[in-house]
Design a protein around this ligand. Structure first.
Ligand code: SME
Length: 160
């Protein structure tokens, strides 16, 4: 079965999210393997938006451990409360960082990363994964990304 994404690069950011989110839902809905689903979610977001890095960290004990991702190699373990990801985990809320150098304790996995958004995936009130998206452009993320990535995570949360 062909799994090509339909992407229209001329669309606005919001339109791209409106186009890709249903396609991501279709990709994960009938698959119960968490790694397979996280892999396709990361790939679909990377392909649609050309972000620098898109991927997941999974809560394992007191650490986040690197999961499926697309982009440059990344740090494998992040402690609770550390960096943007560990802080998002601790607060169980999204963190939008316009300039990573201005975020105290930011963990620079790639020197090319300039801005970042991190959205927790919550099951039964517990954070189980972190969706992390990095851009090579300053202030690349705004309320539109936050709104749609939170919608995405709500829709696909039960499949990862
Ligand atoms: N910048 C993140 C670390 C993960 S990488 O960006 C992939 C942080 O500060 O938690």
């Amino acid at each position: 079965m062909a799994e090509d994404l339909i992407i229209d690069k001329t669309q606005s950011k919001a339109e791209k999210y409106e186009t890709v989110i249903p396609q991501i839902e279709s990709l994960v809905r009938y698959e119960n393997d968490v790694v397979a689903n996280m892999s396709n979610i990361a790939a679909a977001l990377k392909e649609t938006f050309d972000f620098l890095w898109v991927g997941f960290y999974t809560v394992k004990g007191e650490e986040l451990v690197l999961g499926p991702f697309q982009g440059p190699v990344a740090c494998t373990r992040i402690k609770k409360g550390k960096g943007v990801c560990g802080t998002s985990w601790q607060n169980a809320s999204t963190i939008l960082v316009e300039d990573v150098e201005a975020f105290p304790g930011h963990i620079a996995c790639s020197s090319a990363s300039k801005s970042e958004i991190v959205v927790p995936v919550i099951h039964n009130k517990q954070v189980v994964h972190i969706l992390d998206v990095d851009s090579a452009t300053l202030s690349d993320f705004d309320a539109t990304d936050q709104e749609y990535l939170e919608i995405l995570v709500q829709k696909i949360g039960k499949f990862i």
